[in-house]
Design a protein around this ligand. Structure first.
Ligand SMILES: [Zn+2]
Length: 68
């Protein structure tokens, strides 16, 4: 079991591994296609490089906000 946040309902959903429809390994991240209890298929991207890139994007956005 693992926890996802549904982008449709905005709620946290506990889903079983069998709900994973596919796992695609990209150079920068892993894309999980998960069948959500809401009935839709959502894509979740994860992985160390994806997290690092997301942190850089957030830092860049923060710098843009303060004008540094
Ligand atoms: Zn959903």
């Amino acid at each position: 079991m693992f926890l996802i946040t549904c982008p449709v309902t905005g709620t946290d959903e506990l889903v079983a591994e069998r709900r994973i429809r596919s796992v695609v390994n990209h150079p920068t991240h892993i894309a999980l296609h998960v069948e959500c209890p809401c009935g839709e298929l959502h894509v979740y991207r994860t992985g160390r490089r994806w997290t690092a890139a997301a942190q850089r994007r957030t830092a860049d956005a923060d710098r843009a906000l303060v004008g540094v």
